[in-house]
Design a protein around this ligand. Structure first.
Ligand code: EN5
Length: 408
């Protein structure tokens, strides 16, 4: 098993990790392989130009029919075209890292893999690495061993740009996860979730009881909570970086541009709210979530499930001398729970401002401080897990609550 991964610079099972660092050395550009890897003869490489409406639509269609499904093939991620543009064009993005495969004869797009540049800290080292995502091979071409070629090709193109580390996630277990997080789900529209077989009415309960249980307030309760604006970027950058510094793996927001790209509210893509202290006008907290619907496969009544996913957030870290660490944790838990209660309100509320609003479910992983509010806010465990991987970087195993990186 893992014929391919056994040949790659990733930690293997049974390896005992004591030293952190690269598995193979970086090399100068002229020592990087200059020719693309060979594809089976009926296929050819292309760069998918996502600034081009026609090509982003081709990518959207490939993914919407062929990308990740849950274990029982009931739901399939349905990333929208505007979302993909956002995810694939952060500051410093590279066209050569949007790698496609077409059928030579008719030019149909049948496979894809992407890389985007990111600054990610693992323990004490900040890497300017590649985030790999959206690896997809058309369902009819599975078992042709295209995925290994796509991975090798995007790796080669990353090396050509002087980048020798990568981070990626998968629902499946490969050699060898650095962390494993669980998905949690918070029903917002229990009736629809049950009709889609996303959740069920627990034995001894009723739909009416569920509707009541999952009701959320119509208005925010945190004073000073409002949508994020561009002027907030410097403060949000500082707040986020400070908060994220307590995790073992986390992004570093290097510029206001990074913050604006990832966090400024964008219709049907990402929502962000800040808490502005009514007296000092300082930003004390923020949260964000992104929208990722799933196609509901083979359901007579519903074709799409509208899901919000928890993205980045930060609450003010209490000053060290003010309290001991037990009090700090208690304080953070309380503050975060109240903030996230408003995130649920926002996910229900956004309807007047967006087409894909009125979320049916709010999803979060067991990472960052999410375990602090998951029970109180009535999230329940899902059947899916997300494994985190580093490419060409040996690293001790990381507990989910020490993961501060959210990948789209
Ligand atoms: C990108 N680089 O499995 C890689 N989703 O739990 C992406 N389950 O939605 C990899 N199977 O538990 C992504 N409902 C890996 C995840 C792939 C998608 C996936 C899971 C996550 C999911 C749902 C539906 C299950 C349908 C049957 C689920 C239960 C919800 C319930 C709500 C009320 C409280 C208890 C839980």
């Amino acid at each position: 098993s893992h014929q391919f991964w056994n040949t790659q610079p990733v930690p293997q099972y049974g390896e005992n990790i004591t030293e952190e660092g690269p598995i193979e050395p970086s090399v100068p550009r002229d020592q990087v392989r200059q020719e693309p890897y060979a594809l089976p003869k009926e296929f050819e490489w292309c760069e998918v130009d996502i600034t081009n409406e026609k090509e982003i639509t081709e990518l959207y269609q490939l993914l919407t029919l062929n990308y990740v499904e849950d274990d029982d093939a009931q739901f399939r991620f349905d990333y929208s075209a505007p979302f993909l543009k956002w995810a694939l064009q952060p500051p410093g993005w590279k066209k050569s890292w949007h790698v496609g495969v077409r059928v030579s004869s008719n030019k149909k797009l049948v496979a894809f893999i992407s890389g985007t540049p990111a600054a990610v800290r693992s323990h004490k080292t900040v890497h300017h690495l590649t985030e790999i995502n959206y690896l997809c091979v058309h369902k009819k071409l599975r078992s042709k061993r295209l995925a290994p070629v796509l991975i090798k090709e995007v790796t080669r193109r990353s090396h050509l740009e002087g980048v020798f580390q990568a981070v990626y996630t998968a629902g499946t277990v490969l050699p060898k996860p650095v962390a494993t997080c669980r998905y949690y789900h918070r029903s917002l529209n229990p009736k629809k979730l049950v009709e889609c077989n996303f959740s069920r009415v627990p034995r001894g309960s009723t739909m009416a009881a569920m509707v009541k249980k999952f009701k959320v307030a119509e208005e925010f309760s945190t004073p000073g909570l409002r949508e994020m604006k561009a002027e907030d970027a410097p403060q949000v950058k500082e707040l986020a970086n400070k908060y994220l510094s307590k995790f073992d793996v986390a992004p570093v927001f290097e510029t206001d541009d990074d913050v604006c790209h990832w966090l400024l509210p964008t219709k049907d893509v990402v929502w962000s709210y800040v808490v502005e202290d009514p007296k000092t006008h300082k930003i004390t907290d923020f949260f964000s979530f992104y929208t990722l619907p799933s196609s509901v496969i083979g359901n007579a009544k519903h074709s799409s499930l509208n899901a919000a996913y928890m993205f980045y957030y930060a609450v003010e870290v209490p000053e060290k001398e003010a309290a001991d660490s037990y009090d700090n944790t208690r304080y953070t838990k309380q503050r975060l729970t109240e903030l996230m209660r408003d995130a649920l309100v926002a996910a229900k509320k956004v309807s007047e401002y967006s087409l894909t609003a009125n979320f049916d479910v709010f999803n979060a992983l067991s990472l960052m401080d999410n375990s602090m509010f998951i029970d109180d806010l009535k999230f329940g465990p899902g059947d899916g897990y997300l494994n985190y991987y580093l490419y060409n970087w040996r690293c001790r195993e990381i507990k989910p609550h020490k993961v501060g990186l959210v990948m789209l």
